[in-house]
Ligand binder design. Structure first.
Ligand code: FNR
Length: 390
């Protein structure tokens, strides 16, 4: 799949060829149609949790609008027969600059949850980032992901011994980098969830990395199996850590050999601070508009962050990607790789492992086709000057 001579665009031909035999794709490709399909199978609580954002969802909309403000200017009569989208970020090779963003509590979308996503990631070659808040333990997800490429996202808990335990488990289970999410020192104000009084964690969803952890378990009077409510209360007490500062980053370095990537960086000064603090990369992200309503669109933050730090420092991007063309724009504005969140969650809800696979194949095909149709063969050609402001 990562072979340069087999462009991802062939997936389109396969879809049409299968149509000759009467087979239609099991789910829609267009973002809104796929979201609607997923909505039809989800409970209102689960749908609202995935679809929703903070406050009046102004930032969620801004994430999408920011992409509409940039336009591609396709170039003609260029040989684009040999496209190569392969790249490598912090030692992780990938067939294209695409990863699966950390999304917690996937059991609310589909019973197979992160295990299905891990298998789809492996079969497509796309690296996944597993959330701390996953519905299966990181060891079980690693087993499902096999020789696939995986990173672990850390919600840095209040209990330092538990944090160390998570770091050690991630390294042992073959996760190749740590993504430390900075934007969730507390949960954002989310009206859709509040209206249904729905927080999946309090129903025991998305806590497998906690309840499977020896340090977490040792802090409880009774096991989570004997007293699930006490386990959930302990989860709530340690989940978020609003005491952290830049000075704490050394703790992670001390207890992990993995590359460290800070997720949720939006301000250029914070990007500079990240570089100075000795971490290995940043993800420009506003958590898909789920944390601070009114925050800057992630795509608008991207070029500001990129221009503040050295070219060699990896900047990744998520928040608002809804198709392959959006990825071309984010790459042009300086992202080394991109991550999708809700897109693959709708695929998971609609079709489990196969649903996620279809989303990934569709995104890769559209990314590849868009590059070809715009006249580009290689990622190095995607620079800010290929875009015009609409
Ligand atoms: C998230 N995101 C997230 N991020 C993270 O670091 N840890 C997590 O556990 C979660 N959980 C989570 C749940 C759900 C339902 C969503 C939609 C998102 C944020 C995620 O990693 C990513 O930043 C956004 O999803 C990107 O925006 P788009 O692609 O959804 O627009």
């Amino acid at each position: 799949m990562a072979d340069a001579e087999v462009p991802f665009a062939v997936y389109q031909n396969q879809v049409y060829a299968q149509g000759l035999g009467g087979a239609l794709p099991p789910q829609p490709f267009a973002y809104h149609a796929l979201e609607e399909r997923a909505r039809g199978v989800l409970t209102p609580g689960a749908y609202g949790y995935i679809a929703g954002g903070a406050g009046n969802e102004d930032t969620m909309r801004a994430n999408l609008e920011a992409f509409r403000h940039w336009r591609l200017e396709p170039r003609m009569l260029r040989d684009v027969a040999r496209r190569d989208l392969r790249t490598s970020v912090l030692g992780t090779d990938m067939p294209a600059p695409l990863m699966l963003a950390p999304v917690g509590v996937q059991s609310i979308a589909h019973a197979d949850a992160e295990l299905a996503v891990a298998r789809a990631a492996r079969s497509t070659g796309v690296p996944m980032v597993l959330s701390t808040a996953s519905s299966s333990s990181m060891e079980d997800v690693a087993a499902a992901n096999g020789d696939g490429a995986r990173w672990f996202q850390l919600y840095w808990p209040r209990d330092p011994d538990f944090a160390i335990s998570l770091l050690q488990r991630a390294e042992r289970a073959g996760y190749r980098a740590l993504v430390v999410t900075l934007d969730t020192s507390t949960l954002g104000w989310r009206p859709r969830d509040l209206e249904l009084a729905y927080l999946p964690f309090l129903h025991g969803e998305g806590t497998a990395n906690y309840t499977s952890d020896p340090v977490f378990r040792a802090a409880l009077a009774q096991t989570p199996e004997q007293d699930p409510l006490a386990a959930r209360a302990h989860w709530a007490a340690i989940f978020a850590n609003n005491t952290l500062t830049w000075d704490n980053l050394g703790f992670l370095r001390e207890h992990s050999r993995l590359p460290i990537v800070l997720k949720g960086v939006l301000h250029p000064d914070d990007a500079r601070r990240a570089v100075d603090s000795g971490v290995d990369g940043v993800i420009v992200s506003n958590h898909g508009g789920r944390q601070v309503d009114g925050a800057i669109a992630a795509l608008d933050a991207l070029p500001r962050v990129v221009s503040a730090i050295p070219d060699t420092f990896p900047v990744l991007f998520d928040s608002g990607i809804r198709g392959g063309a959006d990825i071309v724009k984010a790459l042009a504005l300086g992202a080394k790789a991109t991550l999708i969140g809700r897109m693959y969650m709708w695929g998971l809800a609609a079709g489990g492992e196969a649903g996620v696979q279809q989303v990934i194949q569709g995104v890769l095909a559209e990314l590849d086709l868009t590059m070809a149709l715009c006249g580009y063969e290689s990622l190095s050609e995607l620079r800010a000057d290929i875009l015009v402001r609409a």
